[in-house]
Design a protein around this ligand. Structure first.
Ligand code: ZN
Ligand code: ZN
Length: 354
């Protein structure tokens, strides 16, 4: 079928007679071709790519394992024809992303065909990265590490959060990012207690922490990294909080391995902070999977029922946020191996005072 094995695995696990894949990211994941419209029609043996005139020629070239079908004025009739021709009685669809209005049109177009939700089947498959995907994530993370390495030689008190964020994004693109993984977070001084604050015109001062959370995307695959640096000097309290966040992070990473409960890793990080009386200031989850999207399943959270598996890529990002005063977060990306994990993030983590 395909040369990556992704489509093959998906088709083999199908419980319905066929599936349609309509969301851009999942279509890209399975076909290797990114377009803003189109439908993959997948049976256990074969795949068709329904594309309109904007993409038809590209699909013919770039998705050689699919039969291309040119859609003119809506693909409902063509889908109905394929279902009839292939004897499809049950058709799986992406219930997590399909709108109600499209679903209704689908129901009308396919009388007699039972529509079955795919639920999170594709998300579960996407959680386990293959070699190609891992190499793309590594590349994205390398760009991210290099941009950070250069940025810390340039930034200083007196710059605004927005100036720092802008320069960081420029460095990511100069380093080869094909897009940003997400909107850059650069929060300094009292703003650093806002875990997901947006960069403002706040002028960074001596004695401030600055938290940077950022990442490049490469060929659609993300990276995600956070570092907190100080300007001029750091008080004993700032150093203490920094040390506790770093300990929670490094000790959590050391526990990551296949079979480990996501919930327990999250609880472990909290227990490191609790010993120092600071766990109440850790106000988000410990980490998350990522890949084509910056937040994927599973999460390292209090409520997760998942366990880690070989092939997952996770962030580990504890933080302590003292409201109105300062915050610290440190985030690395790790790849779960047979026996433990490999840290994909190379940037140093000792407290940097610029
Ligand atoms: Zn992040
Ligand atoms: Zn993250």
């Amino acid at each position: 079928m395909d040369n990556t094995g992704r489509l093959h695995r998906f088709a083999q696990d199908l419980t319905a007679d066929a599936a349609i894949v309509t969301s851009n990211l999942n279509r890209y994941y399975l076909s290797g071709f990114l377009g803003t419209a189109g439908t993959l029609f997948v049976t256990k043996e074969k795949v068709w790519y329904l594309a309109d005139g904007r993409y038809f020629e590209a699909v013919q070239k770039k998705v050689p394992f699919a039969t291309p079908l040119l859609v003119q004025g809506g693909d409902w009739g063509m889908l109905a024809e394929l279902c009839r021709e292939q004897g499809v009685q049950t058709l799986a669809f992406e219930d997590l992303t399909m709108t109600v209005s499209v679903f209704r049109k689908l129901e009308q177009a396919l009388p007699g065909v039972t529509l079955v939700p795919l639920d999170n089947a594709l998300l579960r498959q996407r959680a386990l990265k293959d070699d190609y995907e891992l190499s793309m994530i590594r590349r994205a993370q390398k760009i991210t590490d290099e941009a950070y390495g250069q940025l810390i030689t340039e930034i200083h008190a007196g710059m605004t959060e927005r100036q720092v964020a802008h320069r960081l994004e420029e460095l990511l693109f100069e380093g080869g990012a094909t897009s940003l993984a997400f909107d850059t977070i650069a929060v300094g001084g009292p703003h650093s207690s806002l875990p997901h604050g947006r960069p403002s015109d706040y002028v960074l001062q001596d004695g401030d922490f600055l938290t940077l959370d950022f990442g490049a995307a490469y060929e659609g695959y993300c990276s995600d990294m956070t570092r907190t640096v100080a300007f001029g000097h750091a008080t004993d309290e700032m150093r203490r909080v920094y040390r506790i966040v770093l300990e929670a992070q490094e000790q959590s990473i050391a526990r990551i391995a296949p079979g480990v409960s996501c919930k327990e890793i999250d609880a472990f990080a909290r227990s490191v902070m609790a010993k120092e009386g600071l766990d109440e200031f850790f106000v988000h989850s410990l980490g998350h999977s990522f890949g084509l999207e910056i937040h994927e399943q599973p999460g390292l959270s209090r409520t997760s029922e998942d366990r880690l598996s070989e092939g997952m890529v996770m962030t580990v990002e504890p933080g302590i946020y003292l409201p109105g005063r300062f915050g610290v977060r440190i985030e690395d990306d790790v790849f779960v191996t047979k026996t433990g994990c490999i840290n994909l993030t190379a940037s140093p983590k000792e407290l940097l005072v610029l």
